[in-house]
Design a protein. Structure first.
Length: 127
């Protein structure tokens, strides 16, 4: 999640033509701290999200929306597309279309068959 949000923040910053150093100054943090936010190495963006949005002229919803293929679920297990409220309490879960799931399972089955074959051959070689 941090990496996704960091990438979005970077995109909006670059779209505005603002340097990392300029935005870090607006947030009253060091450039290295800001760089860690963009790189997804920290979740300290939470402490600065309002100022980030104001500085970049974007809404929290634009930065915090779930990735495509993901669904935001709140603590009551209700689906929600509203990420602005309670984002810390909410979970983002991955969902895929049935076709994607089938492909993923087929790939995993192939990998497991290859591992079984490997171990069979190894066991036969030790006899």
């Amino acid at each position: 999640m941090n990496a996704t949000i960091g990438k979005r923040i970077r995109k909006y910053r670059e779209d505005k033509g603002i340097s990392q150093e300029e935005l870090a100054e607006k947030l009253h943090i060091s450039r290295s701290t800001y760089q860690r936010i963009e790189n997804g190495e920290t979740n300290s963006w939470v402490n600065h999200i309002e100022n980030i949005c104001t500085s970049l002229d974007v809404t929290m919803e634009e930065i915090l929306k779930p990735e495509e293929g993901y669904l935001q679920v709140n603590n009551n297990n209700e689906s929600s597309n509203d990420n602005a409220s309670g984002v810390i309490q909410n979970q983002t879960i991955n969902y895929n279309t049935p076709e994607k799931l089938i492909v993923q399972y087929e790939e995993r089955i192939k990998e497991l068959k290859e591992q079984v074959e490997y171990w069979k051959n190894k066991a036969e070689g030790t006899k």
